[in-house]
Design a protein. Structure first.
Length: 101
């Protein structure tokens, strides 16, 4: 599965609250990843779909995230442009992704 299910990585921006879910907030800037996997005929993993969107408790998500990123191919929006890389370099998680992803 590893070669065909990349993991998305991006800083959440332009968040929205889904209709009927006032306690849930999701990003709206993941379209670049959908295009990436569509062009390559792949499946993909998007964070909010696999945790926030299905009410997985945060501690449970944090418990598996390190292993997930360490054992998967990570495709970050920071790989798509130098402007995004400059933003990503200010965040702690980027070093984990650059080392393992």
């Amino acid at each position: 599965y590893r070669p065909i299910i990349p993991i998305s990585s991006y800083k959440w921006e332009r968040t929205a609250v889904p209709v009927g879910e006032p306690a849930c907030e999701i990003p709206t800037n993941f379209g670049w990843f959908l295009e990436f996997i569509k062009e390559r005929q792949m499946f993909g993993w998007i964070d909010f779909v696999a945790n926030v969107g299905v009410n997985v408790p945060v501690p449970e998500v944090l418990a598996y995230m390190g292993s997930l990123y360490a054992h998967s191919i990570v495709v970050g929006d920071w790989m798509q442009s130098l402007d995004r890389l400059a933003v990503a370099e200010t965040r702690g998680w980027i070093h984990q992704e650059q080392a393992f992803g």
